[in-house]
Design a protein around this ligand. Structure first.
Ligand code: NAD
Length: 485
């Protein structure tokens, strides 16, 4: 039973074959409000067998959906985009409640996440094959693009809507059917999306949503099934590695959007005020709980103190509280474990010699909160520099040369996003080419854009979401050899 009245349709079942139903044995799990730990809703807890039934539905819908007119698929996405836009406030409230971010930030997520539906509504009609003369002139080469087939889409808790629409949009546009497994901490937004896509005209079985508290068993069962052709995963690198191994037997196609450790480089020629503005965005979006969050600030010695003082001043003035309360800038972290992990990294950095400029502790109030924190002179080998912080903490290290900055920026197994602040064009070009990252923001703290290919390299994974590349992840190619005629 839901603990309180939530915005949205308020359905908490499994969505399979176009209908809502209970999980096997009536199993449920609870979704908590991260601000105070109270119960928001009790959600059907899908079993491996439920997931296979969802795959049955996806497989049954596959041939007709694959043969549907691209324009029809595009128009369903476009109608969903319009519906979401008209219900943006309601969805933002729901995201804020289950995930913790402020309602204003959640509105930003709804707008951003929804743009993937609009973008892919436009891409559905631009799936191209090719026709060419064989180089020797003796034949003709034709390529056909085909939907890859039933997909498993697994999403994290930090952007309950956007991480879903980035996968669902291109999968629908390409003509694929799917089983979506939302994060168990934040499944409610995805359930609301299932209702909206149905209202927009999506046929039964194309999209199936199976929340579960037993993700490993579910993914093992689905990935052992030869009907599943693709897994798109957004989440942590350790789980990503496990899924890559798990895909070996059936050789499913994979997209892996994994963890990050973004460097944020500020050079001596940078506009420091603009760099602080960019830092606030790159660090504090989503309370720092973003894979693209600036994780290591590397600032030239000439401007480091000024940058740190200005950033600490801005961070120290942010109001921490419930995401739904007016005037709040920073909501709670997702759970107690997250608070403990962030605090452990901060105390470790201080032990290694860093100076605490602001924050450094949880505020004196119950709930999963942490004060915005700035650390200066962080030792390069401090643990905080080696892993994702996933919280409102800005560790600043100081460098002297561009070569040192690039070397330190690249000294990580991750390669998702990097940020650079400089006014030197030649340096910008050098950095764009030498930073081993899938995305580089230049003089901006915000790089996510549905029209751009989002994704990483190295331990941040492979595959791209958004842009022209996004739909490619859901298409196969058949090449047809023809005689010259
Ligand atoms: P997580 O890896 O713990 O969980 C992600 C999803 O995987 C959840 O739905 C979870 O239930 C599921 N899962 C866990 N074990 C599984 C298994 N064995 N089989 C199948 N599914 C399984 O990550 P999280 O804590 O939810 O999210 C935070 C992480 O996601 C961070 O590392 C962050 O950087 C990353 N992330 C990456 C991107 C990107 O685009 N690169 C975007 C957002 C978040």
């Amino acid at each position: 039973m839901p603990g309180r009245t939530l915005p949205g349709p308020g359905r908490f079942g499994l969505f399979i074959g176009g209908g809502w139903r209970e999980a096997e044995g009536g199993a449920t799990f609870t979704v908590l409000d991260p601000a105070d730990g109270s119960v928001l809703a009790s959600v059907a807890d899908g079993s491996a067998r439920d997931a296979i039934e969802a795959l049955d539905a996806a497989d049954a819908a596959r041939p007709e959906w694959a043969a549907s007119a691209p324009r029809d698929r595009g128009e369903i996405l476009r109608r969903a985009f319009d519906l979401i836009r008209s219900r943006a406030d309601e969805l933002a409230e729901l995201i804020s409640l289950e995930m913790g971010k402020t309602v204003a930030e959640a509105r930003g997520e709804v707008a951003y996440g929804n743009e993937f539906l609009r973008w892919f509504s436009e891409e559905a009609v631009r799936i191209h094959g090719r026709w060419m003369h064989a180089p020797d002139g003796a034949g003709r080469l034709l390529t056909i693009r085909k939907p890859i087939g039933p997909c498993l889409l697994i999403t994290p808790w930090n952007f309950p809507m956007a991480m879903g629409t980035r996968k669902i949009g291109p999968a629908i546009a390409a003509g694929c059917t799917m089983v979506v497994k939302p994060a168990e901490l934040t499944p409610l937004t995805m359930l609301a999306l299932a209702d909206i896509l149905t209202e927009a005209g999506l046929p039964p079985g194309v999209l199936n949503v199976v929340p579960t508290s037993r993700a490993a068993g579910m993914s093992e069962a689905l990935m052992a099934d030869p009907r599943l052709r693709k897994v798109s995963f957004t989440g942590s690198t350790p789980v990503g590695r496990r899924l890559v191994r798990q895909s070996a037997d059936r050789l499913q196609r994979l997209s892996m959007e994994l963890g990050g450790n973004a460097p944020f480089l500020v050079f001596e020629d940078a506009d420091v005020d603009a760099a602080v503005d960019g830092a606030m965005l790159a660090k504090m979006r989503n309370m720092g709980e973003a894979c693209t969050a600036a994780n290591r600030f590397l600032v030239h010695a000439d401007v480091a103190r000024r940058f740190a003082e200005q950033l600490a001043d801005r961070m120290g003035r942010l109001i921490v509280g419930r995401g739904q309360d007016p005037g709040v800038d920073v909501g709670p972290l997702i759970d107690e474990r997250a608070v403990g992990s962030v605090h452990r990294l901060v105390t470790g950095a201080v032990r290694d010699g860093a100076r605490l400029v602001t924050g450094g502790r949880a505020p004196e109030r119950p709930g999963c909160f942490y004060l915005p924190t700035v650390l200066l002179d962080v030792h390069p080998d401090s643990e905080i520099n080696g892993q994702e912080i996933f919280g409102p903490v800005a560790p600043i290290g100081v460098f002297s040369t561009e070569e040192e900055a690039v070397r330190r920026a690249n000294t990580t197994e991750y390669g998702l996003a990097a940020y650079v602040f400089t006014r030197d064009l030649a340096r910008t070009v050098r950095l764009a080419e030498s930073l081993e990252y899938g995305m580089v923001g230049v003089n901006t703290g915000l790089i996510s854009n549905p029209a751009a290919p989002f994704g990483g390299m190295k331990a941040s994974g492979f595959g791209r979401e958004g842009g022209f590349e996004g739909i490619e992840e859901y298409l196969e190619t058949t090449y047809v050899a023809l005689p010259a005629g």
